[in-house]
Ligand binder design. Structure first.
Ligand SMILES: N[C@@H](CCC(=O)N[C@@H](CS)C(=O)NCC(=O)O)C(=O)O
Length: 341
């Protein structure tokens, strides 16, 4: 195998939900380990905000897939490489680059099932489901950062996410100081981006720093911030996430999102629902009824049961909801190891 062919590079974080969807895609599409270079971006060290990463992805997010154009003769990196920064686009590209018909640039002999929806009707359902999953208001990051409903859970949240946010602030301060001292060259746009991220992070940290105080001990500014935080959390969890879960459960076909075959939707759905289950206290080891049961209790919602799912999953006739059936289906696959770290 010639090493002269430039490889695609996946920048990812093991802690990022959407990165896991791309790792799932690599597994399900049968890519060999040597076909894509995997590079970890440490979000707790703010590596995604470094000048070099921002050059690849100005939005500073993972996953980011950098793909070489094999036939390009240009010398500048910008035209020889393309960086994909949207999870859906990355998965679509990985799906197309390894197909049952053409095995171009692949060293693996594993099957390459097509994950794109096969018909116009499936495609419409697929897009509708992906829109629900990738809506900004229910982004995995929002869910993770706004996961508290009372003083006790706020304390727990502060312990869980403060290290990440403090690390990010430290990195941002260093990048800003380096650019002010002329040690790194950063455009005005990049400097503004760093400052915006700093203020955004500071706003959240202010709430978390006061998490140990009882309501009565808060000064009026802290009290307002805490109330705003809880109001936002309620909107996110009790409205947006609840609606999304109910809709997903209704719209998916079962056992997988579009029926019997795994598709691109399942790859996004797996990571999103796993994030929700995790934040509701569950784990990758839970079976479908346990995992989705936790979500139902957490959101105070009862999802309708579906007898077809019961048949498909052979649950001794006991009806389960479609999301529980889907979870069991996904959990039985080898690729589920992505969530078991
Ligand atoms: N629209 C992007 C969103 C990706 C995204 O928001 N990724 C999160 C992790 S799941 C991230 O990189 N956050 C940056 C940070 O934590 O600083 C996509 O679809 O891939």
């Amino acid at each position: 195998m010639s090493t002269a062919i430039p490889k695609a590079v996946l920048y990812y974080s093991p802690d990022s939900a959407w990165s896991s969807s791309v790792l799932l895609a690599l597994e399900e599409k049968g890519y060999a380990e040597d076909e894509v270079d995997l590079k970890i971006v440490d979000l707790s060290k703010g590596e995604n905000f470094s000048v070099s990463f921002l050059r690849l992805n100005p939005k500073a997010t993972v996953p980011t897939l950098v793909v070489p154009f094999r036939d390009s003769v240009a010398d500048d990196a910008e035209t020889r490489y393309k960086a994909l920064t949207d999870t859906k686009a990355i998965i679509a590209l990985l799906d197309q680059s390894r197909s049952p018909l053409s095995k171009t640039r692949t060293t693996s002999t594993a099957p390459a099932p097509t994950l794109a929806p096969a018909t116009v009707a499936f495609s419409a359902t697929s897009n509708a489901l992906l829109d629900i999953l990738h809506a900004e208001e229910v982004s995995p990051e929002t869910l993770k950062f706004i996961n508290a409903r009372d003083t006790a859970s706020l304390k727990t949240l502060a312990k869980t996410i403060s290290p990440l946010l403090v690390g990010r602030q430290k990195a941002l301060a260093e990048y800003i100081a380096d650019s002010e001292a002329g040690r790194v060259q950063a455009s005005e746009k990049v400097k503004r981006f760093w400052q915006d991220k700093q203020s955004e992070t500071e706003a959240l940290l202010a709430v978390l720093r006061a998490a140990d105080k009882d309501d009565a001990a808060l000064d009026s500014a802290e009290k307002t911030k805490r109330e705003e935080f809880f109001a936002k959390a309620k909107e996110v969890w009790q409205v947006a996430v609840k609606n999304a879960v109910v809709k997903l459960n209704k719209e998916i076909t079962g056992p997988y999102a579009l029926g019997d075959q795994l598709s691109v939707v399942d790859l996004s759905l797996a990571s999103w629902i796993f994030e929700v289950v995790k934040l509701a206290g569950g784990s990758a080891e839970d079976d479908g009824s346990t995992a989705i049961g936790r979500v139902e209790r957490y959101l105070d919602v009862a999802l309708p049961k579906d007898f077809r799912v019961a048949d498909a999953r052979q649950k001794d006739g006991a009806a389960v909801n479609k999301l529980a059936g889907l979870w069991d289906g996904l959990r039985s696959r080898g690729s589920w190891k992505v969530y078991k770290r």
